[in-house]
Write a protein that binds this ligand. Structure first.
Ligand SMILES: Nc1ncnc2c1ncn2[C@@H]1O[C@H](COP(=O)(O)OP(=O)(O)OP(=O)(O)O)[C@@H](O)[C@H]1O
Length: 812
């Protein structure tokens, strides 16, 4: 026995030793590997790198890359990974779609791997992205290439469950986050600790550091340790000394492979632009989509409301292809769903705001259409870069410009963007103008959406910094409104303020300049309101005529849309309801059309005149009965003879003694009046209470059934009268039946309560109903007192009864 125990103990010990030994061995091997890798960092020569294997990377990272077909590094990866591994701060700039994400994710994984980072060490690396979608995409890439490492990674973005994130913040090693949510955790979450942070990465760094995120980013940076490595990446990198100082970069290495390249945009991206009138834009877009039904198209617009409207309208017009919309005011879940759907599908159109312009790696996008002129060259580059991505990605970009916006082309060409002007083939442009107008006349929601889109676009143009390109006064707003299907251009509140300001300025400076836009709006509002009233469904809409006749509208030039040779009817059948996205409503602005007449100002004198005319006595309160009769003020209505005399006397001054007597006399009447009122009120309350109890009783007796539904029980004697309101003691069944019948009695309140409690659990029909349903003769249910009288009469013989009757008659 002892020998056995000993053997078991020895075995256990041996097992323990066996478990421990390989660990130590593994750890030693790992240390040696790390030392070897770190020794190689200084020897990296970017020009010699052919594959990822040429970098001194851990086996886990290499396998992760290989598993996902990342074999050959791109130019930015070749040039930046080496410096990043050496621990240098980096400013990375490279074309869109050139693989910047891996250029910072690989160094993060290697850095934490070499430092043998564990869950207990907390946050080791932090990646900040300006949008949720981009953060999600980076997180997904990290999950792919870092799948063999033991680090925990967290996606911290707005619109997600804050509580869920809060609990796990102390276990995360790599955080991918948007600025707002990150700061929220820093401020509110005691578990969030980044005091050991090793690396900070800003993807789309110029966007993260621009005005929109300035205060948030400053607050975040303040919370981070100074001893860290910082990497900044973007296709349009910031070189602002101020920005770099904010981040306390230490002698950053500037890596920009595309600066030596001939173009700032991907080589396989074919870019063109057209110049058209504002009212032609929607028609051109519609025709373009109809001619490219077998393609994946991304359409950028200036505002969320435009995107929402274009999506709603085109869904109703049924172009024959899936339509999606992505913009900031959508719910997060919906945003994620739409993002994934657009990634997955190949024949689809996505309308989007600049939310989708940066960093998003939608696969196989054929066309990027910029329907509204981008704010600046950087925005153009990011938008256009959603196509022709990756190593061999191809794509095309089309920019729509208004004649006044054509100046931006010079800036684009200066920034090494090869863009060519093309023209539109008018025969291919089919604006469904009349259909749009009829849709809007039938659908007020759509009309409101169009109005919002209109105002938001004009506002966006007004807000643009570059006034050389964006001039709100040059916009043909009414033509634009009409192209959206709005016969009356909506009122633009801020334009009036703008106009007012201008007028005031001009008055001060002595000039008499008029605001074209506002005047035009005012004039045209009157015109269009008559158009709308007289519009005939069969007549071609006068809008189109008016627009085409415009002196400044040039004739459309020839432009081939590369027609897919698909017949319209075919595609109409292919519209799937599932593909049509619903959109959340957004806050409504005051965009009511202007009234036709200018309202006359209402002066106080005019109001007084009106009042006098109507013979209204001011400052008098008149009460009316429900029938509409005026009720006089009874307080002023004197009752006593003395008071009546006093009021009729027309003597000057006040006799106080007399007035006192009158008041005392009136006081008596007041008291009587008061008592009467109190009595009446009590009576009313009692009546109300009675009615209420009666209702309750009826409900108790018949449940939810109406009286007409149940059997007629009026023939039954009133138990109240029969038993004189007394309840028989000791007899359960009696008590129950009385309880139901005499619900009015106060004594039965408790019973009622108990019963209603029981009734809540079980349905129990009333006693009367029970008896009836069992088929017991009605006489046998008669109350006991009545039965006793009947018994007495039944006990007399016929003669005795006759004698009794005679006796009674004799008494009379
Ligand atoms: N070494 C590589 N080999 C093959 N494909 C790669 C490689 N690196 C990146 N890619 C692919 O290229 C595409 C673009 O990469 P990524 O999104 O990182 O570009 P980016 O430079 O960050 O673009 P943007 O400036 O628009 O943000 C992705 O689909 C990615 O999977």
């Amino acid at each position: 026995m002892k020998q056995n125990e000993k053997a078991q103990k020895n075995q256990g010990r041996r097992k323990k030793i066996q478990l421990y030994k390989p660990r130590k061995k593994k750890s030693v091997e790992e240390d040696a590997a790390i030392q070897y890798l770190q020794a190689q960092y200084a020897k990296i020569v970017p020009g010699d790198i052919k594959t990822f294997k040429d970098f001194p990377l851990s086996q886990k990272t290499l396998k992760g890359l290989k598993d996902h077909n990342y074999i050959t590094p791109t130019e930015i990866q070749k040039q930046s990974i080496g410096y990043a591994l050496q621990g240098k701060d980096i400013l990375g700039a490279a074309q869109t779609g050139s693989g910047k994400t891996l250029a910072f994710l690989i160094p993060i994984l290697e850095n934490l791997f070499c430092k043998k980072w564990t869950r207990l060490d907390g946050v080791g690396a932090l990646v900040i992205s300006p949008t949720r979608e981009l953060a999600y995409q980076i997180y997904e890439t990290l999950r792919k290439v870092g799948s063999l490492h033991d680090f925990s990674a967290g996606l911290i973005i707005g619109g997600q469950n804050l509580k869920f994130e809060r609990k796990r913040m102390d276990q995360m090693n790599i955080l991918i986050s948007t600025p707002g949510r990150l700061l929220q955790h820093m401020d509110e979450n005691p578990l969030f600790d980044c005091s050991h942070l090793q690396m900070l990465v800003l993807d789309e760094a110029d966007r993260c550091l621009d005005m929109g995120f300035e205060t948030t980013m400053n607050a975040i940076i303040e919370n981070l340790p100074l001893e860290r490595q910082t990497l900044l990446f973007s296709a349009t990198q910031t070189k602002s000394v101020k920005d770099l100082a904010r981040l306390s970069l230490k002698f950053p290495t500037y890596i920009a492979p595309h600066e030596q390249a001939a173009t700032a945009t991907p080589d396989l991206l074919q870019q063109s632009y057209i110049v058209c009138e504002i009212n032609d834009k929607l028609g051109i877009l519609w025709s373009f989509i109809r001619n490219h039904l077998k393609q994946k198209i991304l359409v950028f617009m200036a505002t969320c409301k435009q995107v929402k409207y274009a999506h709603e309208l085109f869904c109703k017009l049924r172009p024959g292809v899936s339509l999606l919309a992505l913009y900031g005011t959508l719910h997060q879940e919906k945003r994620e769903r739409i993002y994934n759907e657009f990634c997955r599908k190949s024949n689809v159109v996505l309308f989007a705001t600049d939310l989708a312009s940066r960093g998003l790696d939608f696969p196989r996008v054929n066309w990027v259409i910029q329907m509204d002129c981008p704010e600046d060259v950087e925005t153009y580059i990011h938008r256009a870069g959603r196509t022709a991505r990756g190593v061999l990605g191809k794509g095309e970009g089309l920019l729509m410009l208004l004649p006044s916006e054509e100046k931006i082309v010079v800036d684009l060409q200066k920034a090494k963007i090869p863009i060519n002007k093309i023209s539109v083939d008018p025969s291919k442009v089919q604006a469904p103008q009349r259909k749009i107008e009829s849709l809007l006349s039938d659908n007020t929601d759509l009309k409101q959406s169009a109005q919002r889109a209109f105002v938001s676009y004009v506002k966006a143009v007004y807000m643009m910094k570059n006034k050389d390109i964006f001039n709100v006064q040059e916009l043909d707003t009414d033509a634009y409104a009409r192209s959206l299907g709005l016969i009356i251009p909506p009122r633009i509140k801020f334009m009036y303020k703008f106009h007012k300001k201008n007028v005031q300025k001009n008055e001060i400076s002595g000039e008499s300049e008029t605001d074209d836009v506002v005047d035009k709006l005012k004039a045209n509002t009157a015109d269009y309101s008559t158009d709308e009233d007289e519009a005939e469904p069969d007549k071609p809409a006068p809008v189109v005529e008016k627009v085409t006749k415009k002196p400044n509208s040039k004739k459309l030039e020839t432009f081939d849309f590369h027609n897919d040779d698909e017949s319209d009817d075919d595609f109409l059948q292919k519209v799937k309801k599932n593909d049509v996205e619903e959109i959340d409503d957004v806050t409504q602005e005051d965009e009511r059309p202007m009234s036709k007449k200018k309202a006359k100002p209402l002066t106080k004198a005019a109001v007084a005149k009106k009042i006098l005319k109507k013979k209204i006595q001011v400052n008098t309160k008149v009460k009316f009965t429900e029938e509409g009769e005026a009720i006089g003020d009874e307080k002023k209505d004197v009752k006593s003879e003395l008071a009546k005399q006093f009021t009729n006397e027309d003597v000057g001054g006040i006799d106080i003694e007399r007035a006192k007597e009158v008041l005392q006399e009136e006081d008596k009447f007041d008291k009587i009046r008061f008592r009467e009122k109190v009595k009446a009120k009590h009576k009313e309350q009692k009546q109300k209470l009675k009615n209420k109890k009666k209702d309750e009783q009826e409900q108790d007796e018949f449940g939810s059934q109406s009286e007409s539904d149940g059997p007629d029980l009026s023939w039954l004697p009133d138990p109240d009268k029969v038993y004189d309101g007394k309840v028989g003691a000791g007899d359960d069944s009696d008590q129950q039946s009385i309880g139901i019948a005499s619900g009015n009695s106060d004594d039965d309140d408790d019973d009622d309560d108990n019963q209603s409690e029981e009734n809540d659990k079980f349905h129990r029909p009333s006693k009367r109903k029970l008896v009836e349903s069992k088929g017991i003769p009605q006489e046998s249910v008669a109350p006991r007192k009545i039965k006793r009288v009947q018994d007495i009469s039944g006990a007399l013989s016929v003669q005795e009864a006759e004698a009794l009757a005679m006796q009674l008659l004799g008494k009379r």
